[in-house]
Write a protein that binds this ligand. Structure first.
Ligand code: S3P
Length: 169
């Protein structure tokens, strides 16, 4: 199994939930990129977006990724936009195994509507606006997500499915 496993996918696709369980099962360290950025910056993601803007956040995401690529035995849940900026998808494909957790817009909307995490890109959107936003952004992002080495259906996904996928490699 590769020494770094990057889980990628849209906000709400379950990267953190599955990443944590997967890491525990295969005895790898688990890293949530968003949390690591927040710890390093000593600010929440909404505060980073508000005070510094998205461009700065993307730069910090990139820098954190490069740091993570120096470490081994990691399962990383990436931020939903990380693979879609600069060279990040390319770097992850070079430095580890990438798995895209794929879900349709309606399922993402349902999960995001019930998620307690504050996400600046979708804050304040109504249910209808949210579905429209997800559909448009997902269509743009799929170009990047589908560059992952593997794609897996996120509906009813169990971490055992991820293990089975990774063991085939
Ligand atoms: C973002 C997704 C978030 C977080 C930030 C931006 C995005 O991570 O990185 O709010 O651009 O899709 P999650 O995918 O963990 O929600």
């Amino acid at each position: 199994m590769n020494s770094r496993i990057f889980l990628i996918g849209f906000m709400g696709s379950g990267k953190s939930t599955h990443g944590k369980k997967l890491a525990r099962k295969i005895a790898y360290n688990y890293i949530d990129m968003d949390h690591l950025i927040e710890e390093t910056a000593e600010m929440t993601i909404p505060a980073i977006f508000k005070e510094h803007g998205e461009e700065v956040f993307r730069k910090w995401e990139h820098d954190i990724l490069l740091e993570l690529c120096k470490r081994d035995r990691l399962v990383v849940s990436t931020g939903g936009g990380a693979p879609c900026h600069g060279e990040m998808m390319h770097i992850m494909n070079e430095q580890g195994t990438t798995v895209y957790i794929q879900l349709p817009p309606e399922a993402l909307r349902d999960r995001l509507l019930h998620s307690p995490t504050e996400r600046p890109l979708i804050k304040g959107k109504s249910e209808t606006e949210l579905l429209e936003f997800i559909s448009i952004l997902l269509a743009e992002r799929e170009h990047y997500y589908t560059q992952a080495m593997h794609s897996i259906n996120g509906i009813n996904l169990q971490f055992e499915d991820l293990i089975a996928l990774l063991e085939q490699l």
